[in-house]
Design a protein around this ligand. Structure first.
Ligand code: 13P
Length: 253
């Protein structure tokens, strides 16, 4: 009942030429994929060109962040409405790189989540602990705190339009994936928290795993009961590897 979902987060990578070529190659590779929701999140400045490449395809478009206001004197920022205007359906929010490098806190993530929902974008809300937090046994408490803060004030109906992503910071870009068991443990905790907080609406929420997802570890991660997809960084920059992650199921190969 939860559609498997694979999202490519390109981060601050590619030239314009590489971005359009990558999107075009993915369109061809993923033409016949069935039963998997797919989205790519290029840098802001390439959104319009990438939108042209994936129009009327199976590939959705997302942004990597947004502001919480609809317009105004916010130099350098981009509103959720602007993202919709150029063809986005998704927006990644609260990524650990923004939390840790740009100082984004849960209350700010929460404002962005509400703004994205108001603009009818699907927020992909990221949570995840640092290595030091995992080492002292605080992973679950940290993730729970991020969920409480980032989803504060949302009702069950709004939650149904949210995708969550668990990305342990120590697994991002390090080649050190969480084991399927480690991922499932946190995903199950997130599911239990969602049920408690939102009732049956929590059941339908997709929880993606992110952190060194590659073609060769995707199927094992997806075999876990509460892993509903992947948020892919490095491996989403190469058409063949992203496509083979999307095609993790035999029927799609
Ligand atoms: P990597 O797949 O490069 O580890 O990045 C994960 C990530 O941060 C996706 O948002």
């Amino acid at each position: 009942m939860r559609t498997p979902t694979v999202v490519g987060n390109w981060k601050m990578n590619t030239t314009l030429k590489e971005a359009t070529a990558l999107a075009n190659a993915l369109r061809r590779e993923l033409d016949r994929v069935d039963g998997v929701e797919v989205a790519i999140c290029p840098p802001y400045v390439y959104l319009l060109d990438v939108a042209d490449q994936v129009r009327d395809s199976r590939i959705g478009l997302g942004a990597q962040d947004c502001h919480w206001e609809t317009r105004g004197a916010f130099t350098g920022e981009v509103s959720p409405g602007m993202l919709r205007d150029v063809g986005c359906a998704y927006v990644v929010l609260g990524h650990s790189e923004r939390r840790n490098l740009m100082g984004e806190k849960d209350d700010l993530v929460n404002r962005k989540v509400r703004a994205a929902l108001a603009a009818r974008l699907t927020p992909i809300v990221c949570v995840g602990e640092l290595l030091e937090e995992r080492d002292r046994g605080a992973a679950e408490a940290v993730v729970r705190g991020q969920l409480e803060g980032s989803l504060a004030g949302l009702g069950p109906a709004e939650l149904e339009d949210v995708i969550l992503a668990y990305e342990p910071v120590w697994a991002i870009g390090t080649g050190r994936t969480a084991t399927p068991g480690q991922a499932q443990e946190i995903h199950a905790m997130i599911r239990a928290w969602l049920r408690k907080r939102f009732g049956s609406s929590g059941e339908g929420v997709r929880i993606l795993y992110g952190g060194s997802v590659k073609p060769d570890n995707m199927a094992d991660l997806m075999a876990q009961a509460d892993v509903d997809g992947a948020l892919v960084g490095g491996a989403s920059l190469e058409a063949a590897s992203f496509a083979s992650i999307v095609k993790y199921r035999k029927e799609n190969r």
